[in-house]
Unconditional design. Structure first.
Length: 192
């Protein structure tokens, strides 16, 4: 029961104090789950981020569900997922009836502009942390650099191209290289 409560409280804190969605939460999830609590390793966190991005649903919820499941099975997954979702749900539910008036207050609008900058920094921090911990092999780095350049060009020229398609292309390239490397070398050029 302590594990379930710890999962819920940990992810509730992340859900309460992080603005900007899942990408902004990745840095905090890594800090809490890898560095403070040792629930998962850095490599698992990188895998969680990739898998959570490529599966349906918000990345932070998928990551919380994975960590919760690893620590406490189905009950842990539910506790972590509820922990990360409930604060946002309750805050939005409470504010929904008078959100327009709330955003019309000058200091609130200014605060949200500042929050946008902080969110960008949190996302950049998560990206830099993941890049530093990435394997020092040329293929993953080349795929990352090509994907980054492609996304920048897509955004710069406002092309209609899904980031999901880009992830699928990167995955296909990586899988193709894996298959090529894993293929057995033919001896003498003839099948035996």
């Amino acid at each position: 029961m302590n594990t379930l409560a710890d999962l819920f409280v940990t992810f509730a804190k992340i859900g309460t104090f992080t603005f900007g969605g899942g990408y902004a939460m990745i840095s905090l999830i890594e800090n809490n789950c890898v560095e403070q609590k040792n629930w998962i390793t850095h490599d698992e966190m990188m895998n969680v981020a990739v898998i959570a991005e490529s599966t349906p649903g918000p990345i932070a919820i998928n990551a919380a569900t994975y960590v919760g499941y690893k620590m406490g099975g189905l009950a842990g997954a539910v506790a972590a997922t509820l922990g990360i979702v409930m604060p946002s749900f309750l805050i939005i539910f409470a504010l929904s009836s008078w959100l327009d008036q709330f955003l019309g207050i000058t200091w609130v609008a200014s605060a949200f502009r500042g929050v946008r900058m902080a969110v960008g920094i949190l996302i950049l921090d998560a990206a830099v942390t993941m890049i530093r911990k990435m394997q020092k092999k040329p293929l993953p780095r080349a795929i990352m650099l090509c994907s980054c350049a492609a996304m920048m060009l897509i955004n710069l020229f406002s092309w209609r191209f899904s980031s999901i398609s880009l992830m699928l292309i990167a995955g296909a390239v990586s899988l193709s290289v894996f298959w090529i490397k894993a293929a057995p070398a033919q001896k003498g050029g003839a099948d035996q």
